[in-house]
Design a protein around this ligand. Sequence first.
Ligand SMILES: C[S@@+](CC[C@H](N)C(=O)[O-])C[C@H]1O[C@@H](n2cnc3c(N)ncnc32)[C@H](O)[C@@H]1O
Length: 292
Amino acid sequence: MAQSSQPEGLDEIRRDFAERVAGRTRPRDARVIAAFAKVPRERFLGPGPWLIRSADGYLRTPDANPIHIYRDILVALEPLQRINNGQPSLHAAAIANLRLKDGETALHVGAGTGYYTAILAEVIGTAGRVHGYEIEPRLAALAKANLAERDNVTLHDEADPLTLPQADAIYVSAGAGGPQPRWLHALNPMGRLIFPLTGDDGSGVMLLVRRTDDPQVFEARCLGPVQFIPLVGGHDDIASPHIAAAWTDGRLARVRTLIAGRPVEPSSRLLEGDGWWLSSQAMAPKAAPLPE
Ligand SMILES: C[S@@+](CC[C@H](N)C(=O)[O-])C[C@H]1O[C@@H](n2cnc3c(N)ncnc32)[C@H](O)[C@@H]1O
C-alpha cells in the first residue's frame, strides 16, 4: 500500500503496536522496537480483508483497513497449509534474544512473505546482510518482491541448500526435530541460532544456541514453549517423538548445553537426537554465560 493511501494515524498505531509486542521483551532492544514501528506489516500480507487465526480456525477482518492487523495475532499466508504470518510478540522476543549487532550477517530460514526477514534487516542495519530462505514457491516469489528494495537482503532461489553462508545469527521460523548440522556449521564463533525445537505434534520450545570455541559444544537455553508448523526435512527420527514429553516433564527447561557429534554422559543427558544431545551441564566456562 502506498504511503499516501494509508489510513490516517497508521504510523502512530504501528508505533503503539511495536511497544506492545516488542517493548516488554527481555532483553529489551530499542532497535527491535524501532523495526516493528517502521516495517508496514500490511505490505507482507497481500490485500485485505485478512484471515486472523482463532481457536476454531480463521476469522475474516471486517474490511481491508490495516489497523486490524496491528495486534498480537497470526494472519494467514496460506490458510489451507496452515502457514501464517507468526505472532509478533513471539518473534520480537526471539529476535531480541539473537542480540544482533550492526553490520552482522543473519540467515532467516522459513521467510514466508518476508515480514520478519524485513524486521531482521532493519535491526542489523544497512551494513549487515540477511539471507532469506523460503521453500513454498508462491511465498518465496512474494518475499522476493516484498524485499526487493532492501539492499541488505538476499532472498535465495534455492530454499534449502546443503551449504549455507557463514553467519553471526540464524533464525529459523519453522519447527525442527533438532539442530540441522548445516546450521551449526554455518555459525561464526559466538554465533547464535534460534529455532523451534518441536516434536511430531508441532509443540516444543524455542531453543537458543550459541557456538563456543569447541566446534562440538554449544551453549543452549530454552526460551519458552511454542507451537509451529514443521520445517520441511526437519524431522529427527530419534528426537521428534520425545520432544513434547521432554517439555511437559520439565527436561527442556533445564537445558544448558548442546553437543553435536559425541554423546554426553547419561547423568546430564536430557534429550538425544540424530548425532546431537542436550545436556543439563554447563560446559563452556570460558564464554560469557547466556542470560537466564
Ligand atoms: C510458520 S511459517 C512462518 C512464515 C514467516 N516467518 C512469517 O511468520 O510470516 C514457516 C515457513 O517456513 C517455510 N519452510 C518450511 N520448511 C522450510 C525449509 N526446509 N526451508 C525453507 N523454508 C521452509 C514454510 O513454507 C513457511 O512459509
